[in-house]
Design a protein around this ligand. Structure first.
Ligand code: GDP
Ligand code: MG
Ligand code: ZN
Length: 335
């Protein structure tokens, strides 16, 4: 195992040079617990804490390490422990507005929660059962592209739907550049099509509601090599059921997988500009509206409404676009 297998590269190495002189070693966070992290470094796995000084200096939650981060660790190898002294700049992240936190009366507190760091690609996994929601997929696509990762939509549980082809087409219509895969993870061989998104040294995260099949897919991808994986990541326990932790798995043939617990709420974090990629169709049309501040609801000369008349997309997509735009604009005002 080398650090490169875990995604280490020259950009990180350059950033790290300031820490080398202090005797710190580079490590990647492979698992987050409440009060400590598991990291992997050249010497193996360590249980590490975050230096109190850094916690003090942190401007907020976004400055604390998350799974996927590269950190500078002061190693205490005999005890297989260490202390995190710094975090390297992330090339991508997936973040949401932390739901349900309130401070004072009626005033909702806003806080960015970074969920995953340094991932090249994110599989947005949806079930083709009751879980299926085009609007939620649009929300995920917005967050994934805003965070700088490439999105792939995975429609799982094909065996539980009689309208898979229609659902697939509906998703392709809203997915922009993101590929769409249709499969039944329970059936032999079908998960294999996802291997094309696994590349040596690159991280692939799986996100989606609880119960859509993320862990099942990961287990298939780990396959017979699961034993080997278990050696590298001692945390891959027997009889894993509900995922409660974010965790990285290294594949022997190359590539890193990140399992995630389901997220019930997915409030947007970002700026209105972050809709540019996930709603490129509508945003391109909007450039032709008569008024530059057109709200696309009833204004004369609205190119978006004209396209809607021609059924270039459906009304619910426009509704969702306007809703997400409002959510982002509110967030921006509060910040
Ligand atoms: N019918 C059906 N069930 C599936 C499929 N993939 C996963 N499941 C089941 O869905 C349940 C939840 O799967 P799990 O991988 O734990 O979902 P996660 O919460 O997204 O990690 C398990 O009982 C799986 O066996 C599928 O393609 N079809
Ligand atoms: Mg799971
Ligand atoms: Zn308009």
């Amino acid at each position: 195992m080398t650090l490169e297998d875990y995604g280490w590269n020259q950009d990180f190495a350059r950033q790290f040079s300031v820490f080398t002189a202090q005797g710190f070693v580079p490590a990647r966070v492979i698992r987050g617990e409440k009060n400590y992290f598991r990291v992997i470094c050249e010497a193996g796995e360590l249980t590490v804490r975050f230096a109190g000084k850094l916690r003090h200096r942190a401007g907020g939650r976004q400055d604390l390490p998350v799974v996927g981060d590269w950190v500078a660790v002061e190693p205490q190898l005999e005890q297989e422990r260490g202390i995190i002294h710094g975090i390297l700049t992330r090339f991508s992240s997936f973040a949401r507005n932390l739901p349900g936190r309130r401070k004072g009366k009626g005033r909702e507190r806003i806080e960015q929660q970074v969920i995953a760091a340094n991932v090249e690609r994110i599989l947005i996994v949806c079930g083709l059962d009751q879980d299926f929601s085009l609007r939620r997929i649009e929300r995920y696509l917005t967050l994934v592209t805003a965070g700088g990762a490439d999105a792939v939509v995975v429609l799982n549980k094909a065996d539980l739907s009689t309208t898979t082809e229609l659902q697939r087409r509906q998703v392709v219509e809203i997915a922009g550049d993101a590929p769409v895969a249709l499969l039944c993870a329970r059936e032999q061989g079908q998960v294999e099509q996802l291997r094309t998104y696994l590349k040596p040294g690159e991280t692939l995260a799986l996100l989606g509601s609880s119960g859509v099949g993320k862990s099942t897919i990961i287990n298939v991808l780990l396959g017979e090599d699961r034993q080997k994986i278990a050696e590298v990541s001692s945390t891959l326990g027997k009889g894993r059921h509900t995922t409660t932790h974010r965790e990285l798995f290294l594949l022997p043939e190359g590539g890193i997988l990140m399992d995630n617990p389901g997220m019930r709420e997915l409030h947007l974090w970002g700026e209105e500009e972050d809709l540019a990629e996930s709603f490129a169709d509508i945003e391109t049309l909007a450039l032709q509206c008569r008024f530059s501040n057109c709200g696309h609801r009833s204004e004369p000369g609205c190119a978006v409404l004209a396209a809607l008349e021609l059924r270039q997309f459906d009304a619910q997509r426009l509704e969702n676009y306007l809703r997400l735009k409002e959510e982002l604009s509110q967030l921006q005002r509060r910040r």
